[in-house]
Design a protein around this ligand. Structure first.
Ligand code: ADP
Length: 294
C-alpha cells in the first residue's frame, strides 16, 4: 500500500468523509520537512513528510497548531492527523491558499499577534516538549522566567554548541552570561503568553481573504517579547506590523536590550544547525549583552 493510500484512509476516518488522494504535488519552501498538497478534486490538504523518527516532532507540531487555533486570535492551519507509513512520518493539516497581501493586512497581523499573546497560562513552558528547527526544545514548566530562559533555552543550546566543537570563546562568554542573567532579566516579570515560538518572515502568510496566517510554530508560553524579537531577526515584517502591535499592546521599556538575549537563542540554534557565520554572530551577541551588564 502506498503512503498516500494510508494518508487518504486516515483523512477519511478523521473527517468521516471518504477521501481519495487523486493527486499529490510537492510544495517547496520548507527548511526541515518535505511537503505536498494532496487533493481529491473537492478537498485539499497540506501534508508534511519526514523519516519515521520525526513522528514525535509532528505530534508536537500538531498540538502546537491546535493550541494556536483554539486561542482563536489568529488563523493557523487546523491539524488533522499524523502517523507513519512506509517508513515515513506524516502530518496532515488544512491547506491554506495564500493570497496577495493588501495594504492593511500587515497591521492586522500585528493586532492579531498581540491578541494571541493575550492568551496566557499560569506557568512558563508548555505541556510537551517540541523542536526549534530540528533541535529539541525543552518546555518543562517554570514559574520564574529568568530561570526558564537560562535553563531551558540558552543552556541547552550552549551545551549542544560544546558538543558540536564550538568551545573556547563561545562557551566562556556563554557561561558568564548564564551567571549574570538575573542582572538582565531578574527585574523583568512578564506574563506567560502563548507564543508562536519561531516567528520569522517565512512562517506567516495571508490567506485569500487577506487574513493573517501563522504556521510551522514552536509553541510554548513565555515572554511575548521573544516572538517580537524574532520578527526582527531575519527581516521581512513591515513597519505597519510594529505600529499596530505597539498600538494594541505596547512593549515595556528594556525590550531593546532583552531582544538580543531572546534572539541569541535562535542564533545559537542556527550555529548548531548550520555552523558558519552564525558562531561568530552568537559570540558578538554575547559580547554585546555582557557589555550591557558592564
Ligand atoms: P518546514 O517544517 O519544513 O519548515 P513549513 O511549515 O515552513 O515547512 O512549510 C513549507 C512551505 O509550505 C511554507 O513556506 C509555506 O509556503 C507552505 N505551507 C505551510 N503550511 C501550509 C498550509 N497549511 N497550507 C498551504 N501551504 C502551507
Amino acid at each position: 500500500m502506498s503512503i498516500w493510500t494510508t494518508i487518504a484512509t486516515h483523512i477519511t476516518t478523521t473527517t468521516g468523509k471518504p477521501f481519495q488522494a487523486a493527486s499529490h504535488q510537492s510544495i517547496s519552501g520548507g527548511c526541515i520537512n518535505s511537503a505536498a498538497l494532496v487533493q481529491d478534486g473537492e478537498r485539499r490538504f497540506f501534508v508534511k513528510l519526514n523519516r519515521a523518527a520525526a513522528l514525535e516532532m509532528f505530534a508536537a507540531e500538531s498540538a502546537g497548531l491546535e493550541e494556536i487555533v483554539e486561542a482563536g486570535a489568529i488563523r493557523a492551519p487546523r491539524p488533522l492527523c499524523h502517523g507513519t507509513a512506509g517508513g515515513q512520518a506524516y502530518l496532515v493539516m488544512e491547506y491554506i491558499e495564500s493570497g496577495a497581501p493588501r495594504a492593511a493586512d500587515a497591521a492586522l497581523l500585528g493586532e492579531q499577534l498581540a491578541a494571541l499573546h493575550h492568551a496566557q497560562a499560569e506557568h512558563f513552558g508548555w505541556k510537551m516538549d517540541n523542536t526549534i528547527g530540528a533541535t529539541p526544545q525543552d518546555n518543562t514548566c517554570d514559574d520564574d522566567w529568568c530561570h526558564f530562559w537560562g535553563k531551558r533555552r540558552l543552556a541547552p543550546q550552549l551545551n549542544l554548541a560544546a558538543r558540536n566543537g564550538y568551545r573556547s570563546r563561545l562557551q566562556q562568554r556563554g557561561e558568564k552570561l548564564l551567571v549574570e542573567l538575573p542582572r538582565l532579566l531578574g527585574e523583568h516579570q512578564p506574563a506567560p503568553s502563548l507564543l508562536h515560538g519561531d516567528l520569522w518572515s517565512g512562517n506567516y502568510t495571508f490567506d485569500a481573504e487577506g487574513m493573517p496566517v501563522i504556521f510551522d510554530p514552536a509553541v510554548y508560553y513565555g515572554d511575548r517579547e521573544a516572538d517580537m524579537a524574532m520578527t526582527e531577526l531575519f527581516g521581512g515584517f513591515s513597519p505597519d506590523f510594529y505600529r499596530a502591535y505597539e498600538a494594541t499592546w505596547p512593549l515595556p521599556p528594556g525590550y531593546d536590550v532583552r531582544k538580543h538575549l531572546y534572539n541569541l537563542y535562535h542564533i545559537l540554534n542556527h550555529a548548531n544547525l548550520f555552523g558558519g557565520g552564525y558562531v561568530a554572530q552568537a559570540e558578538n551577541m554575547l559580547d554585546r549583552l555582557l557589555s550591557e551588564i558592564g
